[in-house]
Design a protein around this ligand. Structure first.
Ligand SMILES: Nc1ncnc2c1ncn2[C@@H]1O[C@H](COP(=O)(O)OP(=O)(O)OP(=O)(O)O)[C@@H](O)[C@H]1O
Ligand SMILES: Nc1ncnc2c1ncn2[C@@H]1O[C@H](COP(=O)(O)OP(=O)(O)OP(=O)(O)O)[C@@H](O)[C@H]1O
Ligand SMILES: [Mg+2]
Ligand SMILES: [Mg+2]
Lengths: 255, 255
């Protein structure tokens, strides 16, 4: 069966896109056919895989019911990884969806039958808890929460956990937490250690063993439109995401 | 006269809140009475100045016309700096505003007479170009754009510049660009140098001379609810924001 994982956190710049692109690439490298959906109007996951503003249907057309996954998904530079790209049409989508019927379930309906051929579907979300993210939480089996080891990010963790709980109550009873992954970890900084201890104390079962280190090769890779395993497979960033993919494949959802 | 500066960029995690809090504190330290508005539902600028979820009126009440600035502004640990805090009521504000009359001008109307006693008003925006940010762009005389020296942030720069142009055309003819400030600059990384060269080539007049270095004291300060000049005035982060404040006080808007 297909496992749909949303990568979400309303705090900005915590590594959602970097995690979505690189985890999806590592799952495909482990021979699990994977589909990546870029539902962020910024379109960073789309450019992070080397696509300019793509012509043809994308996520907007899926939400509007104008295209099926099979027409919107395109192959990427990674064998076994397909992408449904974002487009500028997504910018107005939240206001358009606000008054539409079944507005929270549009993505779920689009993925219902279509995603059968994939082992994993990974969804990159924008830095907000608006209708685009709610659509992802409603369609997903679980949520993976990237967490930067910083005070503001830690402060926002309760808000995304609450949003997941609310979504489980009202829209998607089966929604689980895939896990919390610490990102941009710099072992030389006390702040990182303090945040890690705090998070592991409050969420002992949810935090992945794998910690993603701060590694400039991850940023450089995105500027070349490649996941880090194609840019520099020996880097600490590549190793981190290969280990995270293995931890996800091996484990059931955290909670 | 009062100068209203919005700190905006839809890209997440580029240093909007860190710039808003520390620039406002440095302007106050230079004896310019300053008001900081936290219009981001995350409320990071509010906690970054040591306020828990504040009771009493805040930004939401300003937008709803239920309170005046004088009732919502409170003194902070920095002499000469007042804050109008965010609150959880802001979370639903964008959907509520969507169908309200004069929805883009609510903040402008609230600040019209009220802000007289301040030399500067600084507005911290959320990571989106929705109605809260549009309210800030409509109320402001100028926009200060923090830019992280990363590829995804550079990619998003055209979008915020377009949004400013659109707002100038439709809602606020006087809106200028105060400037683009490079943040989290790490001189050891080639990527930072490349992004800096690229930005200075495309926007020679807009980019501030001052560059804010990556400096953990900025993050640590926020976890103590203090601007960096009260936490560690000798740090590279404090120096950066003192210089930025001076550059703003000395110069007219960039364009
Ligand atoms: N482990 C890491 N080491 C170094 N840089 C990183 C790492 N993870 C992400 N980055 C960089 O940090 C920036 C923020 O990451 P990213 O854009 O993935 O976050 P995001 O949560 O998707 O942001 P947004 O909230 O805007 O969607 C990017 O420029 C990215 O290249
Ligand atoms: N110059 C700097 N050096 C080191 N860390 C920094 C610097 N500027 C900001 N930070 C840290 O980086 C993180 C992101 O910064 P900040 O929260 O200010 O960005 P933002 O644009 O306001 O994010 P959001 O899009 O979520 O509103 C914070 O944890 C902050 O402490
Ligand atoms: Mg992103
Ligand atoms: Mg912020």
């Amino acid at each position: 069966t297909t496992r749909i994982i949303a990568i979400a956190n309303q705090k900005g710049g915590v590594g959602k896109t970097t995690t979505a692109v690189n985890l999806a690439a590592c799952l495909a490298a482990a021979e699990r056919r994977t589909l990546l959906l870029d539902i962020d109007p910024q379109g960073n996951a789309t450019s992070g895989l080397g696509f300019a503003q793509a012509a043809g249907p994308g996520v907007y057309e899926l939400l509007a019911g104008e295209a099926k996954v099979a027409e919107a998904a395109r192959p990427t530079s990674v064998p076994g990884l397909d992408l449904v790209p974002a487009s500028d049409r997504l910018i107005g989508a939240e206001l358009e969806l606000a008054s539409a019927p079944r507005r929270e379930a549009r993505l779920k309906e689009a993925l219902n039958v279509e995603a059968e051929g994939y082992a994993y579907v990974v969804i990159d979300c924008p830095p907000s808890l608006g209708l685009l993210t709610v659509n992802a939480l409603t369609a997903a089996h679980s949520v993976l929460i990237p967490l930067q080891c910083e005070y503001y990010a830690l402060e926002g963790l309760a808000r995304i956990i609450d949003a997941v709980r609310l979504c489980r109550m009202r829209l998607n009873p089966g929604l689980a937490i895939e896990g919390i992954v610490l990102t941009m970890y710099d072992a030389r900084l006390n702040l990182c250690e303090q945040v890690e201890q705090e998070v592991r104390r409050h969420f002992p079962r949810e935090v992945f063993r794998t910690v993603i280190p701060r590694n400039v090769r991850l940023s450089e890779a995105s500027s070349f439109g490649k996941p880090v395993i194609l840019y520099d497979i020996r880097s600490a960033g590549a190793e981190g995401y290969l280990r995270l993919a293995k931890e996800i494949i091996d484990g059931a959802a955290k909670s």
